[in-house]
Design a protein. Structure first.
Length: 152
């Protein structure tokens, strides 16, 4: 009987532990994806001679959007069994919003301020990591999407 009184605290701690694990996975995966994206950006600009604005605005985001969705869906939020279509639409909205902010920031930092393009990319990615994690956790991969679909 005494151990049952600890159930709310145990459930609360388990939930917080899951949040910490999810944030850690998201961070590790995000860092790996960022390094991959920066490497791709460096290669297409330095070795293939593609304009840095075209590479940053079009090529790298198109490739990395798909890779990022797969990695975060399978690895970062693995414990959430949410409908694929709902997740994809919501993730696309979060991703496109982040990309819009990222591209405007990139133009300002590189074209107006004169910051090196790789440094600007790292700075922008670091600044957007927290808001995109929260949007993905609370909305794109949220459990309420599953509940709505199961009721339908």
């Amino acid at each position: 009987m005494l151990f049952n009184s600890f159930k709310p605290a145990r459930d609360f701690l388990r939930e917080k532990w899951d949040d910490c694990r999810r944030l850690r996975n998201y961070s590790v995966n995000g860092i790996a994806l960022t390094l991959l994206g920066l490497g791709m950006l460096y290669i297409v600009v330095s070795h293939l001679g593609i304009n840095r604005f075209i590479a940053q605005m079009l090529l790298v985001p198109l490739v990395m959007a798909g890779v990022s969705y797969i990695v975060h869906r399978r690895k970062s939020f693995e414990d959430r069994q949410v409908c694929e279509h709902t997740c994809q639409r919501r993730y696309a909205i979060v991703r496109l919003t982040g990309m819009g902010v990222s591209k405007v920031s990139f133009l300002v930092l590189v074209a107006v301020v004169g910051m090196p393009y790789l440094f600007a990319s790292v700075l922008i990615t670091a600044s957007l990591a927290g808001p995109t994690y929260k949007a993905n956790r609370d909305w794109a991969f949220a459990e309420d999407a599953r509940k709505r679909i199961e009721k339908a």
